[in-house]
Design a binder for this molecule. Structure first.
Ligand code: 3H9
Length: 648
């Protein structure tokens, strides 16, 4: 199949790559590019070559699906070298994104042009590898060492204008890329050419630079190895000749490509891309989403409203009375002000976000909403009362969603006319930041409404995972098991701080006990108490003992740990030791890795139960929930992937 075509514009050859969906550099494309260089080198009528791509983007990189298999020639570094050494200058014309191997091909070209909407980058560390076709060796020669370190070890793409400022792009154009690039190439013909990237000198950084970078990246990476290897490659590029640095990069790339971390990150990469379009949705059609509404302006409701506004949807925010509405608007304003303070929004953008919110205590303002999301108190009577009012004023086809995290959405929907339009949409706090959205259909939810939940996630830039109905759905059910497992270790004599340290050592930002202290122990306690009040047999937890003693976490000055006033640093607590003394059997210690493996195995076991009950559709969905909702280290692939790898 022809993935590369060649056309002529006078003495310029236009090489077009057309390898949907993202022009990834699989073996066939590499071979055809190689052949194109040879053919054009031999064609005396050609004076310059334009490399451009069909479809939504320039080359998005190597074909990641080939990474699990042995590499087959021609290898990408050789293709890039062949382009760089071509007898005619090659000009890369970039639209969409030039990423990884795609950007390395562009770096092999003598010139790079980009549309103003394009971006370029070397995201390989996100896949547990380093660039493998000269990215670490050519980038410092083109943009300098400091910029190269940011680009390669951070993995974040740059917009065209920023890339131009760093010298990575020669010209930024708007409108017709092909025409602009042909004019550019025409202009270049006959003029002296810039040196190819490989022949440019590289300026070594100041003393101490590498040590500082090493320390900063080690701290940031929390166990992820690729960024440190990328740094080592960049350093090598400043210390040895080009060819030697290329050999070092290749060796590092190949070693990492076969590593556990790379396999885990590839698993997550494909799971994330598959999540928005699950096959079982079939031909279901999402309903139009032009205007949304949120009931409840607490932390959760305000966060959801902010997420909707960030996606450009007009939002109606409803509260029960003027004072609550005022608090809701204040919560929302605080979110946008925070974004301004962090440089994420300008003042003007924040004002525009807020201006798109209609705040009201009158349910009649919901008449035009396509989607209403309820985020009020977790009490079924309160929620049912809200939906009775919502249903009375909304269009009969408006989608009605509950953000409940523990209640049964089907029970909340009871009494709602046309329950086919009812669905659970479980956001995670802060809802404008956290990527996970659990989508919980009831037995009555129509396929189109389910598809609307997935479409909403895409609009909001979230990762959707479908969950069945059970207490806690996927994420909070696993969290409960994880916490119970952690408490069981403490009962066996393992120190609270040892459990937290073990989970940090595994790659979590926080262990289970310090995380509870931050979020507050009382929420889960109240849920258990509510269940006990209905006659359920809910055993007393260690957390219950602490809450009963007034220790609800950081907000009360102590929970599992003590905190000095105004401080967030957990200190082991003698009071807690006393409170729990008769619960603890001194059975001996476990080392950190054993603790972490034990608790992750608990999570995976709950995941297995969840799969067996049909609450989750596939193991990868559980991994996405844990990574995007609960801080499971991405480079471990999620509890299900981790457990399977250890077993196999
Ligand atoms: C690399 O280059 C290593 C080199 O340094 C060294 C080599 C020696 N491969 O994201 P989307 C699929 S490492 C295979 O929804 P968008 C994706 O699975 C690579 N498949 O599109 C999905 O498939 P399906 C470094 C890929 O428009 C479809 O394309 N590059 C690849 O929202 C659409 O994807 C990267 O890490 C790939 N490289 O966003 C870039 N990329 O339809 C990764 C995508 O069957 N890609 N697919 O589910 C991206 O960031 C986005 O795809 C992009 C477009 C921004 C380009």
């Amino acid at each position: 199949m022809s993935l590369v075509s060649i056309a002529r514009e006078g003495s310029i050859a236009v090489v077009t790559i057309d390898n949907p969906p993202v022009n990834a550099l699989g073996q066939a494309l590499r071979q055809q590019l190689w052949d194109a260089v040879a053919a054009l080198d031999a064609d005396a009528a050609v004076q310059a070559v334009l490399l451009i791509c069909a479809g939504r983007t320039f080359i998005a990189g190597a074909d990641v699906s080939e990474f699990g298999k042995p590499p087959v020639a021609p290898h990408l570094p050789d293709v890039v070298a062949r382009i760089e050494a071509a007898a005619k200058p090659w000009v890369a014309a970039i639209h969409g994104a030039a990423l990884g191997g795609g950007f390395e091909v562009a770096l092999g070209c003598r010139f790079r042009l980009a549309l103003d909407s394009a971006s370029v980058g070397l995201p390989e560390v996100g896949l547990g590898i380093v660039p493998g076709a000269g990215g670490t060796v050519r980038t410092p020669r083109v943009a300098g060492v400091a910029a190269a370190v940011d680009l390669v070890t951070g993995g974040k793409p740059l917009r065209a204008a920023k890339a131009q400022a760093l010298g990575l792009i020669d010209a930024v154009v708007s409108g017709d890329l092909r025409a602009a690039a042909i004019a550019f190439a025409q202009e270049a013909i006959g003029k002296p050419l810039p040196l190819p990237a490989s022949a440019r000198p590289v300026v070594a950084p100041e003393a101490g630079f590498w040590d500082d970078q090493q320390a900063a990246i080690t701290k940031r990476a929390k166990g992820e190895v690729a960024p440190l290897h990328a740094l080592a490659c960049l350093r090598k590029a400043t210390e040895v000749p080009f060819a030697e640095a290329m050999a070092f990069e290749r060796e590092t790339f190949l070693a990492l490509r076969g590593s556990d971390q790379a396999a885990a990150l590839r698993h997550v990469f494909f799971a994330e891309r598959a999540a928005p379009r699950p096959a079982h949705l079939g031909a279901a059609q999402p309903l139009p989403l032009r205007a949304a509404a949120v009931i409840g302006g607490g932390t959760m409701g305000a966060g959801i409203a902010a997420a909707l506004r960030d996606a450009g949807l007009p939002v109606t925010l409803i509260e029960r009375d003027a004072a609550a509405l005022e608090r809701g608007v204040t919560n929302l304003r605080a979110i946008f002000d925070g974004a301004v303070a962090r440089g994420r929004l300008t003042e003007a953008q924040a004002a525009e976000r807020l201006a798109g919110v209609t705040a009201s205590t009158d349910y009649a303002s919901l008449a035009g909403a396509d989607l209403v999301i309820e985020a009020v108190f977790e009490e079924i009577g309160v929620k049912r009362a809200v939906f009775a009012q919502v249903a009375a004023v909304c269009r009969p086809d408006a989608v009605l969603a509950t953000n409940t995290s523990y209640l049964d959405p089907a029970a909340i929907a009871q009494g709602v006319p046309n329950p086919a339009r009812f669905i659970g949409l479980h956001f995670f706090s802060p809802a404008n930041v956290m990527k996970l959205l659990e989508i919980v259909p009831t037995p009555d939810t129509s396929p189109d409404v389910l598809a609307t939940g997935f479409a909403l996630a895409k609009t909001l830039g979230k990762i959707p995972v479908q969950a069945g109905i059970c207490e806690g759905f996927i994420g909070n059910r696993i969290l409960k098991r994880y916490r119970a497992g952690a408490e069981a270790l403490v009962r066996r004599g393992v120190a609270i701080a040892a459990v937290d340290a073990a989970m940090r050592g595994f790659g979590f930002a926080m262990g289970p006990f310090e995380a509870q202290d931050l979020g507050g122990l009382d929420i889960a306690f109240l849920q258990r108490e509510a269940a006990r009040a209905t006659g359920q047999d809910v055993p007393e937890t260690l957390g219950d003992l602490l809450v009963r003693a007034g220790r609800k976490g950081q907000k009360t000055g102590g929970g599992w740990y003590d905190y000095a006033p105004g401080q967030r640093k957990p200190q082991p607590s003698a009071t807690v030791a006393d409170l729990l003394a008769d619960q603890i059997r001194a059975e001996g210690q476990m080392d950190g890795p054993a603790i972490a493996e034990h608790l992750v195995a608990e999570m995976a076991a709950e995941g297995q139960a969840i799969l067996a009950e049909g609450i989750a559709r596939q193991p990868a969905d559980i991994d996405l929930v844990e990574i995007h909702g609960y801080g499971f280290p991405r480079w471990r692939g999620g509890p299900m992937f981790h457990a399977q790898n250890r077993a196999g």
